[in-house]
Design a protein around this ligand. Structure first.
Ligand code: ADP
Ligand code: MG
Length: 256
């Protein structure tokens, strides 16, 4: 079983320590959700795990191999990264954008039938077939976010790392995207997400990593991760956990 791990990760930018002492071992076939306050280091950690940012010290490994030893093309075939911003600078058709997700596979002869079929599957999974020929900068934010999910899926990666992929989606499309992540995990993909919505995190995650001040505050199954004590220490708020009809709900009461 494939494992993505980091050991004693430390990231220092200028004089600021962004992450320190972060060790994780994450298995495929599960959804791991990273939560934590603004500036906790979630995006930095995700970029390190994707091999897109080199830590100041410590290591990231995919199975037994250090990520830094995989060439970028080999790494990109296995780990798809979906950045936080849904800004797309180019006026291209949605399908063209999704096709970019096949770049790590495309040989000298250009797109194969298999590449086209993978793009079709990714667009169907993210429910964006209807926008195939729309220019991406005419899509709504939520539609664009789904096209970017399709681009990440086009490479049929073993790992999908997505930074706040549900932000900006309406509730129905949040549910769709959540169901899609669950389906991917059930198919054996390692899904690692950062999320801001704690109730959604509880409903979606198999494992929750709480990051605060660049370190891991909790790393637990959802049932035990977000205790009032952890929420207080991480976010500085008093909050309670209740059961709603759709699953667990975090009710934030006040700052403490
Ligand atoms: P999060 O995603 O949890 O909000 P980030 O990983 O984006 O946190 O950032 C963590 C901290 O690192 C923040 O204080 C941010 O300002 C700082 N930071 C991130 N990237 C840089 C950078 N390139 N230069 C300086 N500070 C940075
Ligand atoms: Mg972030």
């Amino acid at each position: 079983m494939s494992v993505l791990s980091c050991t004693d990760l430390r990231v220092v930018i200028g004089s600021k320590t962004i992450l320190s002492g972060v060790s994780l071992s994450i298995e495929v076939g599960r959804i791991t959700v990273i939560v934590g306050p603004n500036g906790a280091g979630k995006s930095t950690l995700l970029a390190c795990l994707a091999g897109l940012r080199a830590p100041t010290s410590g290591s990231v490994a995919l199975e037994e191999a250090a990520l830094s030893q995989l060439n970028p093309r080999a790494r990109a075939r296995r780990i798809a990264f979906l950045p936080q911003t849904s800004e797309i600078a180019w006026s291209v058709e949605a399908r063209t954008l999704v096709e970019l997700g096949r770049i790590p596979f495309i040989g000298a002869r250009g797109q194969s039938a298999e590449d086209r079929a993978a793009v079709d599957r990714a667009m169907a999974a993210a429910h964006v077939e209807a926008f195939e020929h729309r220019i991406v900068d005419t899509l709504s934010g939520g539609e664009r976010a789904r096209v970017l999910i399709a681009r990440a899926l086009a490479g049929e990666p073993e790992w999908l790392l997505a930074d706040e992929p549900l932000t900006g989606l309406d509730p129905a499309h949040q549910l769709d995207a959540a169901a899609l992540f669950r389906r991917l995990a059930d198919q054996g993909v390692g899904v690692i997400l950062t999320l801001h919505d704690l109730s959604l995190a509880l409903r979606l995650a198999d494992r929750i990593v709480v990051l605060a001040d660049g370190g891991i505050l909790a790393d637990e199954p959802p049932a035990t991760a977000l205790t009032p004590e952890v929420l207080k220490r991480a976010y500085g708020v008093e909050a309670t956990l209740t059961q709603g009809p759709g699953g667990p709900l975090i009710d934030v009461i006040r700052r403490v």
